[in-house]
Design a protein. Structure first.
Length: 295
C-alpha cells in the first residue's frame, strides 16, 4: 500500500483504487470539501504524474475520458483548489510522492489498464439529494427531479415565470461553465425538443453564475444529473452495434478463447518478470492473483 498525507489531503493506494480524502487546509476548495471522499478504481485511470515545484509540487491523476461525470462536465475548467484529482505536495515529501506515482504506474502496467476512452462512467459521482444556491438561483436534485428557484438577483423576465421543475427523462443535456473575465458562467439544462436557448440571464432553465465562491458547487449538480443521462459514448456504441454483421455478434466463443489465451500469456510474462528480478515475490503474487481472478 502507498499513502501520502498532506495538509491538502490524503491519498491512499491499495492496488485496486486510489482513495482521496480532502484536507482541512484553507486552500482546499469548497467543491472538494462538499464532494468528500472519492474512490477512483484503477480501471478508471489513464495515468498519474508528479510535478515538482519550488514551493510545492503537485500530484495529478489523469482519468480516462468518459470515466467520471464530474471531469466530463467540467472539461478541465475547474479552479486548482476545486480539482479533487490534484494534491499539493510539500517539498520535503517529494520522495513519497514519487513512490506513490511508481506504485500506481506499476499497477496500471501489471493490470494492463486501457488508458483509452471509457464506454461507461466508472465513478459514482456526487451523492443525491443535492441542493446548491449560487448565482441567480438555487438548484435541487433528488436523483429524478430537478427544481430551479430564483432569487433577488434574477432578471425580472426570468423570475416572473416562477420556479421550474422537470425530470431527468425530460433532459437532453446538462452544461456547466465557469465565469471567465467579464463573462458570467452558467448551469444550463437542455430539455428534449427545446429550441435554441436564450442567454443565461433570460433562460428559465439556466442558472447564471457570477464568479463567486459557490459557483464550482453547481458543477457537482451537473455531474449528478449527467450520471443519469445516456453516457456520451452510448449513441456511438449503438450505431456501431447496428453496423456489425449478425454472424460476428453470434461468435462469443472465439472471444472467450482469445481472452483465455491472453491471460495465459500474461501469467507467463509475470513469471519471467519475477524470475529476472523486476517483480518482487509480493508483487508477483498480487499480480498473479489479479490475473487469475479474470478466468
Amino acid at each position: 500500500m502507498a499513502e501520502i498525507i498532506q495538509k491538502d489531503g490524503t491519498w491512499t493506494f491499495d492496488g485496486d483504487a486510489v482513495r482521496i480524502v480532502p484536507g482541512r487546509d484553507k486552500g482546499v476548495g469548497l467543491l472538494r470539501q462538499t464532494l468528500g471522499e472519492v474512490v477512483v478504481p484503477l480501471r478508471a485511470l489513464a495515468g498519474i504524474s508528479y510535478e515538482p515545484g519550488r514551493k510545492a509540487g503537485r500530484l495529478r491523476l489523469r482519468l480516462r475520458e468518459g470515466a467520471d461525470a464530474l471531469t466530463h462536465v467540467t472539461g478541465g475548467r475547474l479552479p486548482e483548489a476545486s480539482d479533487p484529482y490534484r494534491l499539493s505536495v510539500e517539498p520535503d515529501r517529494t520522495g513519497v510522492a514519487e513512490y506513490f506515482v511508481d506504485a500506481v504506474r506499476n499497477a496500471l502496467l501489471l493490470e494492463q489498464v486501457d488508458p483509452g476512452p471509457s464506454e461507461s462512467y466508472l465513478l459514482p459521482g456526487p451523492t443525491v439529494p443535492i441542493a446548491v444556491g449560487a448565482g441567480d438561483g438555487t438548484v435541487t436534485f433528488d436523483g429524478d427531479r430537478v427544481a430551479l428557484e430564483w432569487n433577488w438577483t434574477t432578471e425580472e423576465a426570468k423570475r416572473s415565470g416562477g420556479p421550474r421543475e422537470f425530470r431527468v427523462t425530460d433532459l437532453r443535456t446538462v452544461e456547466w461553465a465557469p465565469a471567465k473575465g467579464l463573462e458570467n458562467g452558467w448551469l444550463r439544462f437542455g430539455l428534449a425538443g427545446a429550441s435554441q436557448p436564450a442567454a443565461p440571464k433570460y433562460d428559465p432553465y439556466t442558472v447564471e453564475l457570477f464568479g463567486f465562491k459557490k459557483d464550482p458547487l453547481m458543477a457537482l449538480v451537473a455531474a449528478a444529473v449527467a450520471l443519469r443521462l445516456p453516457h456520451p459514448a452510448g449513441p456511438a456504441q449503438d450505431r456501431a452495434a447496428e453496423d456489425v454483421p449478425a454472424k460476428e455478434l453470434a461468435a462469443p466463443a472465439a472471444t472467450v478463447a482469445e481472452d483465455h489465451d491472453a491471460l495465459l500469456r500474461r501469467l507467463r510474462e509475470l513469471g519471467e518478470l519475477h524470475q529476472t528480478g523486476v517483480l518482487t515475490a509480493d508483487e508477483f503474487t498480487a499480480a498473479k492473483q489479479a490475473v487469475l481472478r479474470r478466468f
